[in-house]
Design a protein around this ligand. Structure first.
Ligand code: FE
Length: 204
């Protein structure tokens, strides 16, 4: 896969983007590269089946199974596969762990690389030029102003730049007061943003 951004650095409206996608799809179907059924199926998978609920189940398992957590931090892709989670845009996933002293946040400064198998498709702001440039320059300020996440100075903020070769995502901290919760209950409180690092998990 090429590492060159495929989109020009122009901000386009949703309508313009949709029109371009439709045109490309029509050409690919006409040339026999893709079928309408395949396009529909891929859309359906990433709209209904693959999403942050999968990443949340991985996080909940890591919180309750120390051996799994260790494997996950050592080899994200292989360990997610133990739960049947993997595939397109998740060939090389690296999981970084938030601790009392380190907070991780992910970005793709070049385009919008994102671990699809665990988080689904990226939110629009993740793909926007503003987040991509500012989170690297002033992460603390962006987290505070754009996401309402005010981290104490004692916490080091680390920003991870994903690429088509390596896609990072965050193992958030397990919140206090969740000791009695089951893995399923824990999975329900893990948010997408906590796995991007623009949020944290709160006890219910
Ligand atoms: Fe990218």
């Amino acid at each position: 896969m090429s590492t060159t951004p495929i989109h020009p650095p122009t901000v386009r409206t949703q309508e313009e983007i949709a029109a371009r996608v439709k045109a490309l799809e029509a050409i690919m179907i006409e040339k026999g590269i893709m079928t309408t059924e395949a396009v529909d199926r891929i859309t359906e998978i990433y709209e209904k089946e693959v999403g942050p609920q999968l990443g949340a189940s991985v996080v909940a398992k890591a919180w309750t199974d120390p051996d799994f957590r260790e494997r996950l931090l050592r080899n994200g892709t292989e360990t997610c596969r133990e739960l049947g989670i993997g595939g397109l845009q998740g060939e090389d996933m690296v999981v970084v762990e938030n601790t009392e002293t380190v907070h991780n946040v992910i970005v793709c400064t070049l385009c919008s690389c994102y671990p699809w198998p665990v988080l689904g498709l990226p939110p629009n702001w993740y793909k926007g030029p503003e987040y991509r440039s500012r989170i690297v320059r002033e992460p603390r300020k962006v987290l505070r102003e754009d996401f309402g996440l005010d981290l104490p100075d004692s916490v080091e903020v680390r920003v991870w730049d994903s690429s088509s070769e390596m896609r990072y995502w965050v193992l958030p901290r397990r919140p206090e007061g969740t000791d009695g919760m089951s893995e399923e209950e824990l999975a329900r409180i893990v948010t997408r943003d906590s796995m991007i690092g623009t949020g944290i998990v709160s006890a219910p």
